[in-house]
Ligand binder design. Sequence first.
Ligand code: ADP
Length: 158
Amino acid sequence: MKKAIYPGSFDPVTFGHLDIIKRSTKIFDEIVVAVLNNSQKNSLFSVDERVTMITELVKDYPNVSVVSFEGLTVDFAKKIDANIIIRGLRAVTDFEYELQIAQVNHVENTDLETVFLTTSLNYSYLSSSVVREFASHGGDITKFVPKEIIPRIMEKYK
Ligand code: ADP
């Protein structure tokens, strides 16, 4: 059984994240999308709101579940018995940071492997912060996030 965890802030989830999830379903038996509850980060959506939105959007994938977690990804992965971490790589700018985190995690737990999926070209520019920036100025975000969650994002900037 290949059980993988896909951790992140997902504030909010974008087409880039959903693309990584969809492609992961073909590689791994079970995927747990793990939404980080980071009290130090000033997030737009509460962790429960983020979990709810992703859960709705992945409902057609039987092997994907969505949960929240606090603390270190390595600890949470161990707790739920996942030995693969999925991360998305957009540009070289992601690489240095991601490599460091992956190596630290491997030192912490040698059974844990990080697998990187490169972003689809059409989403390589896309990040949650781009979505927040556009939405905050009333910009068009239909190319960035599914239409189901657009009203919830716009509501935050009313
Ligand atoms: P974090 O705060 O942990 O970076 P994010 O929610 O920003 O959380 O991202 C979670 C994961 O999704 C990261 O591995 C990130 O590189 C990846 N990711 C974000 N946006 C995209 C995208 N457009 N295409 C592919 N992967 C992405």
